[in-house]
Design a protein around this ligand. Structure first.
Ligand SMILES: Nc1ncnc2c1ncn2[C@@H]1O[C@H](COP(=O)(O)OP(=O)(O)OP(=O)(O)O)[C@@H](O)[C@H]1O
Length: 241
């Protein structure tokens, strides 16, 4: 298996959709190892569909996806996860009656090695000490920000080489959004490889190596975050200023 040097995730001409016409119309992007690549765009334009297609949850109609050089065509979501892709979905999707610890444990379902599990848990608790304090608390009683942290922690427990995070700021108060993005900043310092989805580019520009603007299922602009923030006409047209 040949791994494209330095590139963890590659998408080439991806078309995908549900029952009707395509939602994604030929998406090509790469997520280099150790970088944060962010897809921004208005709601309903296909950001979540993009992550779901990469995970194998939404059917791809055309195009290729490679993870560490391996073609994911025809693979089921569990197999794609086992190859090293973790998906933190929008809206947390935690097990509400399970504790923080049990939810984290579910993230590690692919690994039966207790030593690896203990090391991953230690890393997650170091990154998110609030979760350690609340390890025995049931998920439904957590605050929105804490639930989001469990979602990210559960993704990390998979020990994946690429982490995809879908709109981690959704539904949170500004101060809590800051805390969540501080966590993602730490992940960046740790050299993690992340594909991030966000509606508001200003929130994530400082964290991102490359930004793509997704408009109606197409990438209409790609480049350095600082450049996007200077493109007032794009921000106003697509992202409401
Ligand atoms: N399960 C589904 N079945 C049918 N259509 C869907 C499904 N999920 C999403 N869509 C449609 O696909 C389009 C893109 O939705 P998607 O959720 O990917 O957008 P988004 O940019 O992530 O927006 P949001 O942040 O609001 O989720 C929308 O028209 C949406 O109605």
């Amino acid at each position: 298996m040949s791994e494209t040097k330095g590139t963890s995730l590659e998408l080439e001409g991806i078309h995908a959709g549900y029952d009707g016409p395509d939602v994604l119309h030929g998406i090509t992007l790469t997520v280099p190892q150790g970088q944060i690549v962010t897809v921004v765009g208005p709601n309903g334009h296909g950001k979540s569909t993009l992550l779901r297609t990469i995970s194998g949850l939404t059917a791809r109609r055309a195009g290729r996806i490679r993870l560490g050089g391996q073609d994911l065509t025809g693979l089921r979501p569990e197999r794609i996860a086992a190859l090293g892709l973790a998906h933190v979905p929008q809206g947390d999707l935690l097990f509400p009656e399970m504790t923080v610890y049990e939810n984290l444990q579910m993230g590690a379902y692919l690994s039966r090695d207790p030593q690896q599990f203990a090391a991953l848990l230690e890393d997650v608790y170091a990154l998110l000490p609030r979760l350690k304090e609340r390890h025995g608390q049931i998920a439904s009683s957590l605050s929105g920000g804490e639930r989001r942290m469990v979602g990210i922690g559960r993704g990390l427990m998979a020990g994946a080489r690429v982490l995809m995070i879908d709109e981690p700021s959704l539904g949170l108060a500004p101060l809590v959004i800051e805390q969540i993005y501080e966590v993602i900043g730490t992940l960046r310092e740790q050299g993690r490889t992340i594909l991030l989805v966000e509606e508001n580019p200003a929130r994530v520009a400082h964290l991102s190596d490359v930004m793509h603007l997704l408009d109606d299922g197409r990438l209409t602009w790609s480049g350095a975050p600082a450049e996007l923030l200077e493109r007032e006409e794009l921000l106003e047209t697509y992202l409401g200023g």
